[in-house]
Write a protein that binds this ligand. Structure first.
Ligand code: ZN
Length: 147
């Protein structure tokens, strides 16, 4: 899983990823280019952006809900994989093509994208806090009850 800093950088740059072609272009070095379910076009249809790391070459991220997915095989259906793990992603639930949205609908959608970012970062911060709490508790207990 990516760090909060990486998630923040993605959130700030992904406002350009509402555009389908921009998402497709991120898949230039994607291993599944044709003849399968997870081609760049189908990945982009599902709102996904290719964001590989050194040790994770097939990591993709939804530009909208920031869900990360990896471990792709040619038979994987990107839309299905995305909605299975993020059933409330507002991009997937859109009833219109992006180019058909009114300005008001776009502002509403962008508000939902901000909410998804805040929710994701908040849950990551809470997980960090719980980990810190567990470590502090173990440290205190080992001092109270040394072996
Ligand atoms: Zn999503």
């Amino acid at each position: 899983m990516s760090s909060i800093e990486v998630i923040k950088n993605r959130f700030e740059s992904y406002d350009t990823m509402y555009n389908h072609d921009s998402r497709v272009h991120t898949f230039a070095n994607w291993p599944f280019q044709e003849g399968c379910n997870c081609t760049p076009d189908k990945m982009a249809d599902a709102g996904l952006v290719h964001c590989p790391a050194d040790n994770e070459p097939d990591v993709v991220c939804c530009f909208f809900c920031l869900l990360e997915l990896e471990g792709w095989v040619p038979d994987d259906d990107p839309w299905h994989e995305h909605i299975k793990r993020s059933p409330t992603c507002a991009f997937l639930l859109l009833k219109k093509e992006f180019t058909e949205l009114t300005v008001s609908e776009l502002f509403h959608l962008e508000k939902e994208r901000v909410k998804a970012f805040i929710k994701k970062v908040s849950s990551m911060k809470m997980a960090e806090f719980r980990d810190g709490l567990d470590k502090a508790q173990k440290s205190i207990q080992s001092k109270l009850h040394p072996d």
